[in-house]
Design a protein around this ligand. Structure first.
Ligand code: M6R
Length: 520
């Protein structure tokens, strides 16, 4: 019996004890081995593989996306899903199973998504889906509009590098068709489903997400405040479950997730709905659980993101959140048509301005900063306002692929503790872009330098003051303040990439990490 299992069997100790009493032996401490033994137990009693898996599912408590095979029925695979994602690929030469669609794109673009509590029998030319009671569920396959080429490196040495370079296209695909340039407004597709009246009725926003998507969500909250005057909060989705159960009232919760399968974000979504609230999902994967369970939807059009370190997905999320903030501002009468037009023109103009980020002088600057950073053990990323989440994101990128310890902080916090760490071996990466926070950031740099700290500054190209306060300057084009995160994040992604490259790390699949975190 072969079992592939993603999830956690919560009652495995109990099952294991019973199986041992039935004469089974275990060779690992894993919960998954209990599943294999349960299937074997039923097979030995004359049950077919399908029946044996059905018997097993009845005994399991917890979460699973699983695939089961047995030597006795080599032409058949049984798959089952409870709280962990599972898709079935339907191809001319076979049926396939995976946690998400990108994994199967080289084989097929037609998919059937399994719902919670369902299982399926796969044979080379057929598949049947069953509910918990064993009734057959008819379901058409859906066509994924991603191409297999999008899931290939296309000449880049790593997916991460390819995905960083795709960001200007992500801007065009996620935004441009939605921009109503003359009206100064934004039009989302049908799945958005929030009328002007509904948008006017929202009293507050709550953003929730995990990891990189959480950083995009923090920016989204600030954009909605600036462009639609809507109050909001941003919560780590895994913490929401423990928050006091207050009235949802006129709140709208925005759940941001690239994969749409992050277990913590999905738990939070379900909890909001249980409390009577409404959820708008911002998601990159059609057919994902978030896309199916959210009340309202905005897709980012990033294409498949394969590198574990999220880059273009963050970019697409911030673009989508910027559009959402404009739509909210227009519907609520905070932005007039002229202001809306100006904000959209800023966004369209960004594509051209971004080009400098990928040109040799910018990349040479990043590479020389990376050579320095590859030699340190720990560092600090600082930013204020919209650049605070970018600082958190830069630190996350660096730590997850280079394994160098990095912390992101709002720069104002520095004097309240982290400044004690500053010395020549503990550098600071600072976001010093034009706008309300510029002068304060400059004085933070002075404080770091006065204590012997080294500074890598991300600043507007040609900014002499920032250059004078930094050991390394990563130049970015000057853009309107609200869009600055979309340019400053790019050198930080490159910085993490080149540092990890110098250290010989496994960039696309860093240790201990998975692309989609489908267990809590
Ligand atoms: O698929 P999601 O956007 O929900 O994923 C959330 C996080 O797991 C993800 O952003 C993670 O932090 C990345 N590895 C960061 O690069």
């Amino acid at each position: 019996v072969v079992v592939v299992h993603n999830g956690i069997v919560e009652n495995y100790l109990e099952l294991r004890e019973w199986l041992v009493s039935e004469g089974h032996t275990f060779s690992t401490e894993t919960d998954t081995e209990a599943i294999a033994n349960l299937v074997a137990w039923s097979l030995r009693r004359g049950r077919s593989l399908h029946e044996a898996v059905q018997d097993t599912l009845e005994r399991l408590e917890g979460s699973y996306g699983m695939v089961v095979m047995a030597a006795s029925e080599p032409h058949r695979i049984i798959v089952a899903r409870q709280d962990s994602p599972l898709v079935i690929g339907v191809g001319p030469h076979g049926r396939y199973a995976a946690s998400d669609m990108p994994a199967l794109l080289p084989l097929t673009r037609d998919f059937v998504v399994l719902e919670n509590g369902e299982h399926a029998v796969l044979e080379p030319q057929a598949h049947r889906i069953y509910d918990r009671a064993g009734r057959v569920i008819p379901r058409e396959s859906v066509r994924c509009d991603w191409t297999p080429e999008q899931a290939e490196k296309q000449g880049f040495p790593h997916f991460m590098l390819k995905e960083i370079h795709e960001q200007p296209d992500v801007l065009a695909r996620t935004a441009f068709e939605r921009c109503l340039d003359l009206e100064g407004d934004v039009s989302f597709e049908e799945g958005f489903g929030l009328s002007d009246a509904a948008l006017r009725g929202i009293g507050r926003l709550r953003f929730m997400a995990m990891g990189t998507s959480l950083h995009a969500a923090m920016i989204g909250q600030q954009l909605a405040g600036a462009l639609a005057r809507l109050p909001g909060e941003t919560l780590n989705a895994s913490e929401f479950l423990y928050s006091a159960e207050l009235e949802e009232g006129d709140a709208l919760t925005v759940v941001v997730s690239q994969s749409g399968e992050t277990a913590d974000s999905l738990r939070a979504l379900r909890e909001v709905k249980r409390r009577g609230g409404r959820v708008l999902g911002i998601c990159n994967v059609r057919g994902s659980t978030l896309a199916r369970e959210a009340d309202h939807l905005i897709f980012t059009h990033c294409g498949p993101e394969i590198g574990v370190a999220s880059t273009k997905a963050f970019f697409g999320q911030v673009v989508a959140l910027y559009l959402l903030a404009i739509r909210l501002g227009r519907a609520r009468g905070v932005l007039d048509a002229a202001e809306g037009r100006a904000r959209l023109a800023d966004l369209r103009g960004l594509r051209h301005r971004m080009e400098a980020l990928f040109e040799p002088p910018a990349l040479a600057a990043v590479r020389s900063a990376a050579e320095f950073l590859a030699g340190v053990r720990s560092c600090l990323f600082l930013g204020r306002a919209l650049q605070h989440p970018v600082a958190l994101e830069g630190a996350l990128k660096l730590k997850e692929i280079s394994y160098i310890h990095a912390e992101g902080y709002p720069a104002g916090e520095m004097k309240h503790g982290p400044i004690a760490l500053i010395d020549p071996d503990f550098p600071v990466v600072a976001l010093v872009t034009p706008g309300r926070t510029y002068e304060k950031m400059l004085s933070n740099l002075q404080e770091v330098r006065a204590r012997g700290g080294r500074v890598i500054a991300v600043a507007a190209s040609g900014d002499a003051k920032a250059a004078a306060s930094a050991d390394f300057l990563l130049p970015v084009p000057a853009v309107p303040e609200l869009l600055a995160p979309l340019v400053t994040v790019v050198p930080l992604q490159f910085l993490a990439y080149y540092t990890a490259l110098l250290l010989g790390r496994d960039i696309d699949q860093p240790r201990n990490l998975a692309k989609s975190v489908t267990v809590e």
